[in-house]
Ligand binder design. Structure first.
Ligand SMILES: Cc1cc2nc3c(=O)[nH]c(=O)nc-3n(C[C@H](O)[C@H](O)[C@H](O)COP(=O)(O)OP(=O)(O)OC[C@H]3O[C@@H](n4cnc5c(N)ncnc54)[C@H](O)[C@@H]3O)c2cc1C
Length: 420
């Protein structure tokens, strides 16, 4: 069977892409080797981050570099084989992290973030997924007056970008989350117009179900090869999987951290690299119930109320995709988390691990491939892919259907990494 569009990847980026295309009268097949929402889009902290108008630059201050080097931090760790494997991308990341460069990148990034909640809202309504969403923000906890003051000053400036916040004293924080022990903290920023999802995977599944209700097709199959298909006049794409071969006019690559594996054989070498994170759930009871996700700003981990229990999510570990799990960072985080909340019974015997798909200039790749017609890229959303999936999907639909664009996609094109 021939489709108008095949989307490879059924995460929070691929699923909204397939949804928008199907809604706008394309016949779409979404292919994934797993059911929708079971990889990176399963294990994240579940925040739809309207406040995330700043990117995550490479540490450039010498004090920061010395802090990270001993590799004992809770926010970031690294493994030497990954540094060697991705050294070119990391060098570019360092280069793009200069203050002048970050300023430009953030102004482009913000054009996407501005649409995150409104684009999710459209899909939440259509999918009947409202019970998964809490619209009461999240809490950024601070352990020092200096970092709280700096964050409050920045947040004040960010109001102009539509980001709403309230600075909370320790007393106000305790009143909001009476079960938590805030010894060692001085206060928090309450990000008011960001949203929390109680089961990130279920939100992807709800969007995928709605896509199917509109007539879209989902197949669980591992894609082994993609090839231009010149067998008929229209020209398009041939997608080979473990079990069958599928044909389409257009092809979208939305395979998150695996995207490069699919496009390398076609001659694309984009500097995509993974940043791993871990999570584990702990059983809920009346003494550890919390109402908001809480991010320990100085230690770099999140404690979030999920359907499965309290989800403890780590910061970043720079490692290769298939490296065995290393629980050192999570263990240290759990010691800190247990001082804040009683966390006795783990829900899973082993923690989950997954990789943020990162680009060195901290922006996703959204747009046409430069060497082939009707090939489209939608990946590399790093720390905010769960937030940005729906606006990305809208943009890819507008591009494929040749419509006016909601956001200028020029800053996100794949050609920005091509040597001139
Ligand atoms: C610990 C952690 C916390 C995070 N917290 C947040 C947060 O709070 N808010 C936020 O916005 N973002 C967060 N993120 C980032 C976010 O989760 C990712 O950016 C996002 O999920 C990426 O979505 P994706 O669809 O690109 O990738 P994925 O969800 O990984 O989807 C890609 C899909 O492609 C499929 N695939 C790959 N190769 C093939 C193939 N050959 N054949 C068939 N299928 C294939 C995979 O099976 C997978 O389902 C976090 C990430 C981590 C790791």
């Amino acid at each position: 069977m021939r489709y108008d569009v095949i989307v490879i990847g059924a995460g929070m980026v691929g699923t909204p892409t397939a949804w928008h295309l199907q809604k706008n009268n394309s016949k779409v097949l979404m292919l994934d080797r797993k059911l929708p929402g079971l990889e990176t889009s399963y294990g994240n902290a579940g925040l739809i981050q309207r406040e995330a108008i700043h990117t995550h630059p490479f540490p450039r201050q010498i004090t920061e570099v010395f802090r990270v080097l001993p590799n004992q931090g809770t926010d970031i760790r690294y493994r030497v084989p990954a540094i060697l494997r991705y050294h070119q991308a990391l060098l570019q990341y360092w280069k793009y992290s200069s203050p002048a460069s970050v300023k430009k990148i953030e102004s482009e990034w913000q054009t996407l973030i501005a649409h995150c909640t409104s684009e999710h809202q459209t899909m939440i309504e259509a999918s009947g997924a409202d019970e998964l969403i809490t619209r009461d923000g999240w809490l950024q906890l601070h352990r020092s007056k200096e970092t709280l003051k700096a964050a409050a000053d920045t947040a004040e400036v960010d109001r102009a970008q539509g980001v709403e916040h309230k600075v909370l004293s320790l007393e106000e924080l305790k009143a909001l989350e009476p079960n938590a022990n805030f010894d060692g903290f001085v206060g928090a920023i309450h990000w008011l117009n960001s949203w929390q999802v109680s089961n990130p995977s279920f939100l992807v599944k709800a969007y995928a179900k709605n896509f199917e209700q509109m007539g879209g097709s989902i197949l669980e199959s591992n894609v082994t090869e993609i090839q231009p298909d010149n067998s008929n006049e229209a020209q398009g794409w041939k997608v080979v999987t473990d079990t069958d071969t599928y044909y389409s006019d257009n092809l979208v690559i939305a395979a998150g951290p695996w995207s490069n594996e699919l496009i390398k054989p076609l001659g694309y070498t984009l500097p995509l690299f993974p940043m791993r994170g871990y999570h584990q759930h702990f059983k809920l009871h009346e003494k550890n119930t919390i109402h908001h996700s809480m991010f320990d700003m100085d230690k770099g981990f999140v404690m979030g109320p999920m359907q499965q229990g309290i989800r403890i999510t780590t910061g970043a570990e720079m490692t290769t995709m298939n490296a065995p799990k290393n629980f050192g960072q999570l263990k240290t985080v759990l010691k800190l988390a247990r001082k804040i909340l009683p966390l006795e019974d783990a829900v899973e015997s082993e923690a989950w691990a997954g990789s943020r798909p990162c680009m060195p200039d901290m922006k996703p790749v959204i747009g046409p491939a430069d060497k082939h017609d009707k090939l489209w890229f939608a990946f590399g959303h790093s720390h905010q892919g769960f937030t940005l999936g729906p606006i990305t999907g809208r943009l890819v639909e507008e591009l494929i259907h040749n419509k006016p664009l909601t956001v200028d996609v020029a800053p996100f094109n794949a050609q920005r990494f091509t040597k001139k």
